[in-house]
Write a protein that binds this ligand. Structure first.
Ligand code: F6P
Length: 356
């Protein structure tokens, strides 16, 4: 019988607990294996002894599948190969982590993480010879070679609900309501929630936008009799340094507040910004995220049973597949600026800030 480990690494999101539960259930009931939950992500591998708990799937409450966060904890304080020390220096602590991992005598490890965490885990595991399978999770949905990462559906649902709530208050006060959503480098949450929540403007880093185009759009709406407007801006939309965008002095951080102030000044309308932040991460997982967690968790264990390693489970064309981790790490899947969602947004009259 085998003993496999599972850890969650990087930013939390909804659906992690459901993933852990699915792994433990599949390991026990599919193969008679034991699952060990490693606490505190990769950072936990520096503890001595490494904190690990045996997960009895029959005692894991089914309610876990409904809970946000990760009961194993998820901490990552930077790169183990250049670990930030209290004195400000950097130290390679990967050897200590590998030693911690070896001490657990695992026959395989499943790591739930985003692009950065999966890359780190893969490099850490390589010298240990412990087979490693990755499961993609991030509300940003930017992991390469998978159409879906765990947590994204929930983040979109939360952002959509926020728009549903901003609409009546914006309409009551005749205001421009700006919603800043997460997405460190990509606009997936913004474009999806913007369409689902019937926004008037969606600004994403993938489409270089111009303040004057947004202003003209809001002015046109007002001229046509609309008294309020909903604007969604991805947190990364301010980072654009595209030279084709002369009027972007948008800050890398706090783009929502900046935009509300600028729109108010330029249109004369009252504007307010809401920064949604971590509310998008801590929610109860949607049905879709729970399904993804279940199918990914089961498939990850099956891959270890098939003797596979260095692969990631992925969602592609309505199927669960697996892809080499080498094809995932170091690249990120941003919004296709000519893709279906962007075309849909344009077809609905949503302004993306690039053309009137
Ligand atoms: O990658 C997930 C994410 O939530 C991003 O959307 C966001 O930019 C970042 O993490 C926030 O990180 P932290 O929780 O460290 O503030």
């Amino acid at each position: 019988t085998k003993r496999i480990g599972i850890l969650t690494s990087g930013g939390d999101c909804a659906g992690l607990n459901a993933t852990i539960r699915a792994v433990a259930l599949r390991a026990r009931h599919g193969y008679g294996w034991t699952t060990v939950g490693l606490r505190s992500g990769t950072l936990g591998l520096l503890e001595r002894p490494v904190e690990a708990v045996e997960l009895d799937p029959d005692r894991l409450d089914a309610a876990l599948a409904r809970q946000g966060g990760t009961f194993l904890g998820s901490t990552n304080r930077g790169d183990p190969f250049a670990f930030p020390m209290p004195d400000g220096s950097k130290k390679d602590r990967s050897g200590e982590m590998v030693a911690g991992l070896k001490g657990l005598a695992l026959d395989g490890l499943i790591g739930v993480g985003g692009d950065g965490s999966l890359d780190i885990l893969r490099r850490l595991l390589a010298p240990s010879k412990v087979p490693f399978i990755g499961v993609p999770k991030t509300i940003d949905n930017d992991v390469a070679n998978t159409e879906r990462a765990i947590g994204y559906s929930t983040a979109v649902a939360v952002a959509t609900e926020a728009l549903d709530r901003l609409h009546p208050t914006g309409a009551s006060h005749e205001r421009v309501m700006v919603l800043e959503v997460m997405g460190r480098d990509a606009g997936h949450i913004a474009i999806a929630a913007g369409i689902a929540g019937a926004a008037d403007v969606v600004l994403i880093p993938e489409v270089p936008w111009h303040l004057k185009v947004v202003v003209a759009h809001i002015d046109a709406l007002r001229a046509a009799g609309r008294t309020s407007a909903l604007v969604v801006v991805a947190e990364a939309a301010g980072q654009s340094d595209d030279p084709a965008e002369p009027d972007s002095d948008a800050p890398a951080h706090g783009v929502g507040d900046w935009l509300a102030r600028r729109l108010s000044k330029a249109t004369g309308a009252e504007a307010r910004a809401t920064v949604l932040g971590h509310v998008q991460r801590g929610a109860m997982p949607t049905a879709e995220d729970r399904l993804l967690a279940a199918t990914f968790g089961v498939r990850a264990v099956d891959l270890l049973a098939e003797g596979k390693a260095d692969r990631m489970v992925a969602w592609w064309n309505r199927q669960v597949i697996d892809v080499p981790l080498a094809k995932v790490v170091g690249r990120s899947r941003t919004v296709d600026k000519d893709g279906a969602l962007v075309r849909t947004a344009r077809a609905l009259g949503i302004c993306l800030g690039d053309k009137a």
